[in-house]
Design a protein around this ligand. Structure first.
Ligand code: AR6
Length: 173
């Protein structure tokens, strides 16, 4: 599997799966979530609402993932996952790892070959960028998957640089 780093907007990626850094409600929010629903159109929210009344009445727990249509996005599917809110009292790294792993598992179920990830939990959920990057890169490299390209789409230069350093470190190690 190849890891590609891009500085840009995840909603513009022409990939099989775009991963959404959602919240447990699945009913939208800011950041990546807001951008995906705004650009992808109402079909995505309609499917999320349907999931809430059928498979996920209590919402999507942190560390889990679920797929919907990608609406008007160039991608074929959106895989919604929920990262943990960063905490100084408790190490929630296993939940962050699970968000990446479960997203790849759902992507494999869909037969996806290309998957774009944002820096899950590194925005509103407050995860320090360098550690978010390290966890993201090491988890994806450790996860058995049929996905051929994992593209991390990072919004700013600081996040891009953190992922770049984490990727170089993993290649040295
Ligand atoms: N493309 C790529 N990256 C982006 C984009 C974009 N269009 N927009 C923001 N980022 P966040 P979280 C970056 O807050 O921390 C939402 O309200 C952003 O700069 O989207 O997991 C949800 O509904 C940061 O580096 O996700 C939840 O309530 C990274 O994406 C909550 O935020 C993740 O930031 C989830 O918080």
């Amino acid at each position: 599997m190849e890891i590609v780093l891009v500085q840009g907007d995840i909603t513009e990626q022409d990939v099989d799966v775009v991963v959404n850094a959602a919240n447990s409600s699945l009913l939208g929010g800011g950041g990546v979530d807001g951008a995906i629903h705004a650009r992808g159109g109402p079909e995505i929210l309609a499917e999320c609402r349907a999931l809430r009344v059928t498979a996920l009445p209590d919402g999507l727990p942190a560390g889990k993932a679920v797929a919907t249509t990608a609406g008007r996005l160039p991608a074929r599917w959106v895989v919604h996952t929920v990262g943990p809110v960063f905490s100084t009292r408790e190490d929630r790294t296993p939940v962050l790892r699970s968000a990446y792993r479960e997203s790849l598992r759902v992507a494999d179920e869909l037969g996806a070959r290309t998957v774009a990830f944002p820096a899950i939990s590194a925005g509103a959920y407050g995860w320090p960028t360098d550690d978010a990057a390290r966890v993201a890169i090491t988890t994806v490299l450790d996860t058995p998957t049929e996905v051929q390209e994992v593209r991390f789409v990072l919004f700013g230069a600081a996040t891009y640089d953190a992922f770049s350093a984490a990727l170089q470190h993993s290649r040295r190690g």
